[in-house]
Ligand binder design. Structure first.
Ligand SMILES: Cc1ncc(COP(=O)(O)O)c(C=O)c1O
Length: 403
């Protein structure tokens, strides 16, 4: 008799569901459907020729190191590069404040592993990055959402919620925020709110986990200091990644923060994968030292800015007047809100019939709301496909608008 797997799963594993985004991507990969669903970078932004040369050099010069195990903390030279690149000259951080990890997704997982016990609360934005919610849930963390407006998380609601949770005897461990061009909402946390967030975190004695993969993909407006850079009490843990500024295939990312937290993360990462691939660390390090990363980013930003413009223009042209959407100053996503009576989950199969895909919004909402919302990505499809995809989707939505 074949073994029945269900009875063997841990309680936490039985609760975890397949990501609807991944399932959707599987359906549409080999079809004519225009996908506005996935958040993959445009391959035109990958410096493939340079990476090929760098890889060859790394393997020629130092294959004994490149193909070996390495330290859990990550390649010293790459960590030094990152500290110099990301932080001001008079910085307080040392190599003990930074660890290389395999994608910031692993960073989310490791922070969950270090900080969460089953039943602990993580405060998240409404909506928030689905795979982060899953990472926290996989350690038994419970996510409580705070609504956002154009300036990000609403601080009044945050304070109210924290007071209520404290009255209910709940243990809140950290506040998770995607501070720039949020996934999925495209919203950026304003400077005033970043400062307020730090005050609140201090008042309630909480960590802040700042996930910042899109910071450098800014199309317009002034860059805002990261919450990490404004923190004076060592309570912000910062996640960054090469996925959106170089390429995601190498799975290279970093965590910077409190030495003691990094020390624990190192211990926990040993149980996860011993170390991130040293070959990839050497490749990224050599790339960053031999080429101009900022120049590459600047040309990529231009590609994404043009795609964002095409999407916003097409939304104006093809979406019904009843719909609204965010106007991101950077990043990969627009978030659209339809009239309350339209359920984007239920509309999904009609849109596949019309050969266009999006991600319905509700899985991003920790409170199960957002049924009338959708995430639209402009990062991967061509400009022509963005225009055509929004035209098709506009038609599907218009068919559901009540007269
Ligand atoms: C907000 C956010 N965090 C983390 C990740 C994971 O990125 P990676 O693991 O490629 O570094 C993503 C990817 O889309 C993201 O949007």
């Amino acid at each position: 008799m074949p073994i029945s797997t269900e009875e063997f799963y841990s309680i936490l594993a039985s609760r975890m569901q397949a990501s609807s985004i991944r399932e959707i991507l599987k359906i549409i990969q080999s079809s004519k459907v225009i996908s506005l669903a996935g958040g993959m970078p445009d391959p035109a932004t990958f410096p493939a020729t340079e990476l090929k040369m760098v890889t060859q050099k790394v393997l020629t010069e130092n294959n004994a190191q490149a193909l070996q195990y390495s330290s859990t903390e990550g390649l010293k030279q790459l960590r030094e590069f990152l500290l110099d690149y990301l932080l001001p000259e008079n910085r307080k951080e040392t190599l003990e404040n930074i660890i290389i990890c395999s994608g910031s997704q692993q960073g989310l997982d490791l922070v969950g592993k270090v900080l969460l016990d089953p039943g602990d609360i993580v405060i998240v934005e409404l909506p928030s990055y689905l795979a982060a919610l899953n990472a926290f849930h996989s350690y038994g963390g419970e996510t409580v959402g705070i609504p956002m407006d154009d300036e990000g998380m609403k601080m009044g609601c945050l304070r109210e919620t924290l007071n209520q949770l404290s009255k209910d005897g709940k243990k809140v461990k950290f506040i998770y925020t995607i501070s720039n061009f949020q996934n999925p909402a495209g919203v950026t946390l304003s400077l005033v709110r970043r400062k307020e967030l730090l005050v609140i975190a201090r008042e309630f004695n909480l960590f802040i986990l700042e996930d910042n993969p899109y910071e450098k993909i800014r199309f317009e407006g002034e860059a805002i200091p990261s919450i990490y850079s404004l923190d004076e009490d060592d309570r912000v843990i910062s996640l960054g990644t090469f996925s959106k500024i170089l390429c995601p295939g190498l799975r290279m990312a970093w965590i910077i923060g409190n030495k003691k937290i990094i020390e624990k993360i190192v211990i926990m990462k040993q149980a996860t994968d011993l170390c991130s691939p040293i070959l990839n660390q050497l490749i990224v390090n050599k790339y960053c030292r031999n080429y101009d990363l900022d120049k590459n980013i600047a040309s990529n930003v231009e590609i994404y800015r043009q795609k964002k413009d095409v999407m916003l223009k097409a939304l104006n042209k093809y979406f019904p007047a009843e719909a609204t959407w965010t106007k991101p100053e950077g990043g990969f996503f627009v978030f659209a809100t339809l009239p309350e009576y339209i359920d984007t989950d239920e509309m999904f199969m009609d849109s596949i019939k019309a050969e266009v895909a999006y991600v319905s919004g509700s899985p991003f909402f920790a409170n199960g709301k957002g049924k009338n919302t959708m995430r639209l990505s402009f990062c991967y499809p061509s400009k022509e496909d963005i225009e055509e995809g929004i035209r098709r989707l506009g038609g599907v939505i218009k068919d559901r608008i009540r007269k």
